[in-house]
Design a protein around this ligand. Structure first.
Ligand code: SAM
Length: 264
């Protein structure tokens, strides 16, 4: 089990790249330089906390970049005491929204199955958080998959799979048993998809994080009704529902359902 032991650190010191960056800014564009100085001054005064590879600085979240300071999708990269961190915005990633609302769930050590990986935005942050866990990332859109596959060439713990997550029997043999499943697909039968994959690959006691988009299930019903229906279906299917966390205001009409595969 990964230990998330918080420790307070004053890691707001200026990184050694500050002066060289500033000189470049001053030479190229004075306005950027002034903006940069102000931003640095504000960020320095923010309280910081580092838990494993997750950094909180003020109200912002960052992951410690596995690749030494490469932005993946245009997100901000900061340097703190010689280590690089990529900003993780809760409006762009449901997992970041969940952490803002309820903290990081205890993700067990071991392989992760990620359903609905898209181009790898959230996958890249999970790859930072758990560098020694393999992330089997399933995506069925060839366009998104191309970017995901390119990301996986740089990050060795991401294994991209071009498949339909409604058919786990097609990739289960190559994935094998996993310790957690993270699902984020905008489909009507999101619970059915989770249970199929969970029954086939999630080990006993394993963790599930189901990012449920209420409007994809039924546009007319109230999101709370959809969340409750999903909870009952999961329990009926033999899964334990630990909690349901609404992700508003970051992700409107979405909830994270935290699931444990019951130990029989
Ligand atoms: N999880 C991504 C992130 O945070 O970076 C965003 C995921 S986006 C909301 C949903 C993705 O699920 C889309 O890329 C879509 O192509 C994919 N998807 C939808 N149905 C799928 C299915 N049956 N099998 C695999 N991927 C699917």
């Amino acid at each position: 089990m990964l230990q998330a032991l918080p420790y307070d650190q004053n890691i707001g010191d200026l990184d050694y790249l500050f002066w060289s960056d500033l000189i470049v800014c001053l030479t190229v564009d004075h306005l950027s330089a002034i903006r940069y100085i102000f931003k640095r001054a504000i960020t320095r005064t923010m309280p910081t906390e580092l838990i494993e590879n997750l950094l909180r600085k003020g109200d912002k979240l960052y992951t410690r970049d596995l690749m030494g300071g490469q932005s993946v999708y245009g997100e901000e990269v900061i340097c703190v005491k010689g280590a690089y961190f990529r900003e993780w915005v809760p409006w762009r990633s449901k997992l970041s929204a969940l952490i803002k609302r309820d903290g990081l769930p205890e993700i067990p050590e071991g392989d992760i199955l990620y359903l609905g990986a898209a181009q790898g935005t959230t996958v890249s942050h999970i790859s930072d958080l758990f560098p020694s866990n393999n992330i089997h990332a399933v995506e069925f859109s060839p366009t998104s998959y191309r970017k995901l596959a390119s990301l996986s060439r740089r990050r060795k713990n991401i294994i991209p799979i071009l498949e339909d997550a409604f058919h786990p029997e097609r990739y289960a043999p190559m994935v094998g048993p996993v310790r957690s499943i993270y699902q984020d697909v905008s489909q009507k039968d999101q619970v059915g998809m989770f249970m199929k994959n969970g029954n086939m690959m999630l080990g006993e006691g394993g963790l599930g994080i189901l990012m449920l988009k209420a409007r994809s299930v039924d546009v007319t019903a109230s999101p709370d009704v959809i969340y409750e229906k999903a909870r009952s279906e999961l329990i009926g299917g033999g899964f334990k529902v630990l909690k349901t966390v609404p992700l508003d205001p970051f992700q409107v009409d979405h909830a994270a359902i935290i699931i444990r595969k019951s130990e029989r």
